[in-house]
Design a binder for this molecule. Sequence first.
Ligand code: NI
Length: 137
Amino acid sequence: MMYVTRREYFNAAHKVYNPEWSDAKNAEVFGGCANPNWHGHNYVLFVTVKGEISKETGFVIDLKKLSQIIKKEIIEKVDHKNFNLDVPFLKEVLPSTENVTVAFWKILEKPVLDMGCKLHSIKLQETENNYVEYFGE
Ligand code: NI
């Protein structure tokens, strides 16, 4: 089994807050991420797939095609957008890095399978120091 990773970039705005809490509690828990007038991050997305090496190509997956799928299904929908307002698949989702990563998994799982591989992990880096990684469970 071989693991292959594609990296992509996007910028997006969000506000992480729980509407059931007071402004003070949101500020205490989420800090700057609860700023009422939004803020942005330069996200780095790592999509790792796993599969066997093809005898014909020597590839596990055609990374050009994987990149096209990530761009079409994810990047075009979130880049320069506001997670809270502009992205249909994040409606009703508290847009923490964790929840956004789970939403990306749900979108990419099937297209990756259709390319003959399995989605292994999605890593989403929100800042230089913080990232989350999801393995589908
Ligand atoms: Ni934030």
